[in-house]
Every structure is written in structure tokens, then in C-alpha cells.
Write a protein that binds this ligand. Sequence first.
Ligand SMILES: [Zn+2]
Ligand SMILES: [Zn+2]
Length: 319
Amino acid sequence: MKALQFTNDDLHVADVPIPSQDDEVLVRVVLSGICNTDLEISKGYAGFEGTLGHEFVGVVEKAPGRTDLEGKRVVGEINAGCGKCALCRAKDPRHCLSRTVLGIHGRDGAHAEFLSLPAENLLEVPDPVSDQQAVFIEPLAAAYGIYEQVPLANHTRTAIIGDGKLGLLTALSYGATSSSTLLVGKHKEKLAIAEAAGVAVSLLDELDPAIHKTFDVVVEASGSESGFSTALDLVRPRGKIVLKSTFSGEPTWAASRVVVDEITIVGSRCGRFEPALRLLECGKLDLSPLVSDEFRLADGVAAMRRAAEPGVLKVFLRP
Ligand SMILES: [Zn+2]
Ligand SMILES: [Zn+2]
């Protein structure tokens, strides 16, 4: 089968064997999405080698011991745990120390004709959710999953910093449930996507100083160093800053502000798929403005180049 791989410092589409793990489910990939993490990996981040990709929708081809799954349209949670530790026994392998992660750590990913995952990672996609929407389930779950650590009620004043894919998904998913959300970004055309969905927006350099220190929760999703100091500007005393983006440098920030204003800083990575699937199923969320392009898997290298262009949002790959 074809697979978009990063090996020996080289990104290429290779012919590789179809996965053949007897204790896992074989999924035929219908559509996969390119994430910034894929771009980072292709620069050598995390030292991953193998098939890239962790956002997909597919159809179960073969499910040993779970024939009920065969032929079902599925998405898959990306962390596969050891199955033995306390976290895995509690059915949440996201922090299992021995986990593998689809297309990110120790496990070939989704930019391929087939992938394999444990049966317990798979969720059936309800009929009303299109393939294009379903591919967004992983980043949407990551965006929406903030509520697990920081509950956001309708009246919680929330600012989201960053108008890239993650910031937009966070704004759209919370904009659907909260009327007090502000998205802050640098790109008028991207902010317009959130604005069209009813979310209040502001350009970063037009932020009204009167709203400094007024937000209960600030979500940093910009992936830039300045995002953190903007978050510190906006959060109220005793408020919370949620760090969503994996900024790879070492940001410098005013630690004394965190102390004096008694601010809580929370890191947040992967969300559960189930609540995000329900959010998609209710049909209130239109993610189509986030789709920039679609390429054939065979043109995966060109697709990655396209995804790295400024202003480009989600790029899909179709095997
Ligand atoms: Zn991702
Ligand atoms: Zn485990």
C-alpha cells in the first residue's frame, strides 16, 4: 500500500506492507487530515520515523474478534496504551507511560491506505456526520477537551489567542455553547470565519486595553512566544491560562505576574472523541470554512508543502 512516510530525514510516499497486527483492527482510510504536528515531525521534531498522520476517517476492513465492527465507518482515538497500568485499566490511556501514538510515537499513522488500531480506540461515526467533518474529530476533541480540566460555563469570560486551526476550532466549539467568548488573532480572513459563526473577535493589535485583566479563562492556541504574554495581559487575577499549543522554543515571561495575580496555568493536549462527536452530530458546527485543499495520497509531499503555506488551514489527503 501507499503511505506518506518520514524516514532518514526524508519525506516521501513509499510502498509498504499493509499492517498485519492480529490483535488490532485493520481500517481502510477514506480521508486523512494534515496537522501542524505532521509538519513539525517532518522537520525532525520528536524523532518520529514512519507513516505520518493521526486525523482520519475510515472503514473497518478486518476486526479479529470484533466482526461487529467490520464495514463500519470509524474514527480512532490516537493513544494506544499498554492495557495493564492503572490509567489503561480506567480506560483512559492518554497518559499511559508505555503508550504509542498514531503517526506520532511508536506507531505508523493515517496518511496511508490502511492503518491499524486497537478495537477500543475506534468509535463509529453517526450517519449525519460527513467524512470531511469526521476528519476534524481529533483536533476538535483536543480543542473542546479543555472543559475536562477547566469547566467553561455560558457566563465564563473566555479569550482564545490564535486564529490558526486550533484557535478556530476552540472558538467555534465553545462559541456554540458560550456567549462570552472572544477570539484574538492576527488574520482578518481567519477571524471572519469565527465571526460568521457568532463569536466575538479582535485583531491582536486592536485589543482594547479596557479588557486587560478581565477574562476568567484565556486559552493560548497561537503557537507563538508572544501568545503567552498576551494571555498574561488578558487573564484576570486568580484566572486560568490554558496552554494548548506545543511551542517548541522556551518562552520568556513575567513569572512574577503569575505569582502576584495568583494565576493558574494548565497544560492541555488530547480530548476524548465522544463529546466532540456529539457536538458534530448536533449539526450546529460548520467546519467547511476550515478546509483549504484536498490532494491524492500519492501527492502527499506536495500536500504537506501546501499545508505549510501561510494562511492555509486544513489540507486533506485521499488514498
Ligand atoms: Zn493533530
Ligand atoms: Zn498503560
